[in-house]
Every structure is written in structure tokens, then in C-alpha cells.
Write a protein that binds this ligand. Structure first.
Ligand SMILES: NC(=O)c1ccc[n+]([C@@H]2O[C@H](COP(=O)([O-])OP(=O)(O)OC[C@H]3O[C@@H](n4cnc5c(N)ncnc54)[C@H](OP(=O)(O)O)[C@@H]3O)[C@@H](O)[C@H]2O)c1
Length: 239
């Protein structure tokens, strides 16, 4: 694998970093020299990915209110600040997918907790650090991973689709409100990828017809335009 080191110094936190797109992002950012912390619920998988990538693994559930501040503290303690938060961890709602009439209220609540309220809580807990990054002249960004189910009304995707639609709109409002503080907010739909989440949702899909998560991760990095952490003019003048 070609290792690019052009993201050296960038401090990145990724939720859901042990599988699929999140794992591909952890690998892509560490391979490019970024300092990475990631979150997932399963301790063994967190330890395995941390060992393999050199990223800092944090065990936590973004859907649990009581985990959020501990996760945020570990992210900041490990990275010493934050330039990029990727809210990627996700809950499908009922599996197998179910019509809304057959969806339990608790399944909708869980999808909203993980896909909407969790990213909101974590962003709030880390916003001060992101704003400080922007004040230092660095590129401070939040990427919320959405889905085409956020804009299309697919039967059977009610809990997931409603949560992703809300996340997409929340992102647009964050973007307006955080502009003056210099923190960018982007909602990115990675497209249909060959991941465990997709296999759970559509077991009959042909993996060959799906995007590889590594490709989606590279597209996200390209969309961010993060060739190099931006330095303040004064610092650039010194370097
Ligand atoms: N795959 C697709 O085709 C597709 C299409 C459009 C959008 N997306 C979006 O892309 C993102 C990544 O999906 P994926 O397909 O890569 O999923 P995935 O392979 O299922 O990976 C999910 C990751 O999130 C972690 N996770 C799940 N629930 C969590 C929670 N409550 N707290 C913390 N970590 C949690 C999982 O580890 P643990 O289970 O150990 O916690 C795992 O690391 C999601 O936002 C998804 O909605 C995917």
C-alpha cells in the first residue's frame, strides 16, 4: 500500500471505527500520517484495530448518553485537541428491515439515539475543541455520514431513513450556526458499500455491485480537501 504522509498533524476522531467505512477511514487517515482516535462498542475489535493501525481505540456506545463525555474526554486526552470529527457509527433500526407499522417504538428510539442524538451530543461535547482548532488557523470540520435513505422514502427503511434525514438537516443547521466560529459541517452520503451493515440490510445484494469502503473513505478525504492541515498566516510565514 502506498503511504501518503500529507495529513501529518491532523487530529481526527471517528465513531464506528472497527468495521466498514469507519475502519477504512481509520486506515486511510493513519496511513496519511494523521493522529486518529476511534470509537466502537466491542472491546476486542477496538483493541485489534488499535493494534493494527496505531490509532487510539476507545470503547463506547454513542447511543448511550452516559458514554459521551467519557468518550469526548478520551478523544481530547489522546489527541490533545481536535480538527475533524466523523460521526459514522450507525444503527439500522429493525433487522430484518421492517415496515413502519411493524417497527417497535423502541427500535425507532434506538436508531434516533445512535444516528441523531449521539452525533449531536458528541459534537456538542467536542465543539469547543473544534472552535479552538479553527481559531488556531487549522481546518476544523465535522462530517456526519448520511445516506440516500435520508432523502428517498424507501419502504422498510423508516427508522434508519428518518434518523438520517434528521441528521442531514441537523448538519445543515450546524453549518449555518458554526460558520462564524470557522467550523465546517458536512453531511456525506458514501453510497452503497460492501459492509456488514449493508449485508444485514440487504443480504441478497451482490457484493461485487457495491462500492468498497476504502473507495468511499478516499472520496470523503478528497471532499474535505485536506491536503495539509491549514496553518495560520503567521505560522505559514515562519515556516
Ligand atoms: N454500507 C452502506 O451501504 C451504507 C450506505 C449509506 C450510508 N452508510 C452509512 O455509512 C456509515 C458506516 O456504515 P458501515 O456500513 O460501514 O457500517 P458497519 O460496517 O456496520 O460498521 C459500523 C461501525 O459502527 C460501530 N457501531 C455501531 N453502533 C455503534 C454505537 N452505538 N456506538 C459506537 N459504535 C457503534 C460498529 O462497531 P460495534 O458494533 O462494535 O460498536 C462498527 O465499528 C453509517 O453511518 C451508515 O449509515 C452505509
Amino acid at each position: 500500500m502506498t503511504v501518503h504522509t500529507n495529513l501529518k498533524g491532523l487530529r481526527v476522531a471517528i465513531t464506528g471505527g472497527t468495521s466498514g467505512l469507519g475502519l477504512a477511514l481509520v486506515r486511510a487517515f493513519t496511513a496519511r500520517g494523521a493522529e486518529v482516535a476511534f470509537v466502537a462498542r466491542t472491546p476486542q475489535a477496538v483493541a485489534r484495530v488499535a493494534e493494527a493501525t496505531g490509532a487510539a481505540g476507545i470503547v463506547g456506545d454513542v447511543g448511550h448518553k452516559t458514554d459521551i463525555h467519557a468518550v469526548a474526554l478520551q478523544i481530547l486526552g489522546t489527541l490533545g485537541g481536535l480538527d475533524l470529527l466523523v460521526n459514522n457509527a450507525s444503527n439500522l433500526g429493525p433487522v430484518p428491515l421492517a415496515l413502519l407499522a411493524d417497527t417497535q417504538c423502541e427500535e425507532l428510539e434506538e436508531a434516533l439515539a445512535v444516528n441523531l442524538v449521539g452525533p449531536f451530543r458528541l459534537t456538542k461535547a467536542l465543539f469547543g475543541a473544534l472552535a479552538a482548532s479553527a481559531r488556531e488557523g487549522r481546518e476544523a470540520s465535522v462530517v456526519n455520514i448520511t445516506s440516500d435513505a435520508a432523502v428517498n422514502a424507501y419502504a422498510g427503511w423508516g427508522a434508519y431513513g428518518a434518523s438520517k434525514a434528521a441528521l442531514r438537516h441537523l448538519t445543515a443547521i450546524w453549518a449555518e450556526e458554526a460558520r462564524d466560529e470557522g467550523v465546517r459541517f458536512l453531511a456525506i452520503d458514501p453510497g452503497d458499500m460492501d459492509t456488514p451493515l449493508h449485508a444485514q440490510a440487504i443480504p441478497e445484494a451482490d457484493p461485487a455491485s457495491l462500492k468498497r469502503p476504502e473507495e468511499a473513505a478516499a472520496e470523503i478525504i478528497a471532499a474535505l480537501g485536506l491536503a495539509q492541515p491549514r496553518l495560520a498566516p503567521a505560522l505559514e510565514a515562519q515556516s
